[in-house]
Design a protein around this ligand. Sequence first.
Ligand code: GCU
Length: 389
Amino acid sequence: MDITRRQLGTLVGAALLTPYLPARRAAAALAWQLMWAPEASSVGLGAFETIEDDRADSHPAGQPHIFAEGNNFRFNMHTVDRDTMTDRQRQEVTGTRNPSGYLQWLKGETWRVTYSMFIPSSLKATTTFTHISQTKMPGTGGLPITTTSLRRVNGVQTIEHTIYEQGILVGRTNLEPLQDKWIDAEYEIKIGDGSAGSVRWVLRDGSTTLVDATKTGDTFLGDRVRPKWGIYRSLGDTSGSLQNCYMLLTNMRAYKQVQVTATRLEAENATISQGVVESNHAGYSGTGFVNSDNVAGAYTQWGFQQGTAGPATLTIRYANGTSANRPMDVTVNGTVVASGLSFAGTGAWTTWASKTVNATLVAGANTVRLTATTANGCPNLDYLDITGP
Ligand code: GCU
């Protein structure tokens, strides 16, 4: 039976709603908890654990080389700047600091960092190393764990991310199309020894994703992992690329992956329009899944109560054994929050995948409806997980 919002509105009180609510249970889910979101204009360099601004004091006239400029963090590099090891230059910040202290990124944890960066054409890729971000174990002298670097490959300027010691290239793309504009970087580091570690690196130019790659590799040396940003480069470049330059960073965010409890609503308990419950493809949760008719407009709708209003993550588990996309509209309380969201083939009807959508829920009764927007119908639907508020 379909409960429309209008009908729901005529029902009074949770007790009356209860018979129409699907079975729900708690499920463990992973979520990203925002841990660090410094605004350069207010916290300045207090965003970081330490500042390595011309630590050899090689160029006092150029100091500060690192500072907040508007809402950006700015790193200036002059050709005369020298690090304590004089074959290289370094203007870097380390770590992620909140008013209550710096964050510790520990073995077994997974962290995600996102930020926007501006690489001017004066900051060029070199034949030897030019790192613009690293992760390291605290202390001087240790090797990097991961690096984002501007490297010349066969004469072409590129930007790359590596798991350093094992020489694992996570991803690489051409640098020149990305200079003199804001681009967005994202990386995730699962901190572990050997194959327990992994890194994901994403680089976007506006809505275009240039790299989204994940590689397994050792991401733990000892103690803890600490990120660094800035310009750290060798003077050994043979391409004539070293000149006065700078880099800007903004919108820096760090998230830690945490276990949270989600409410799981099985599709087989939902309101189904133009579809049936089946159980012939293994791997589903609960007692089955919904196989919608192959028509536009077929939908599955869940109704549920929320204690508090606020942002939530909706996780949709599905399988699509065809090679054709099966887009759906995601409608929350009557408003489309994701239009024609793509649900691409998963390889087999027994291969289940998840897609997340952010939505704002109200206190009290809520509905989430997934509606096929093409004649292919919906993918097979297993469940809806609701995480937060
Ligand atoms: C097959 C498959 C179903 C699926 C259907 C479809 O019949 O067994 O589970 O729903 O294809 O294309 O929608």
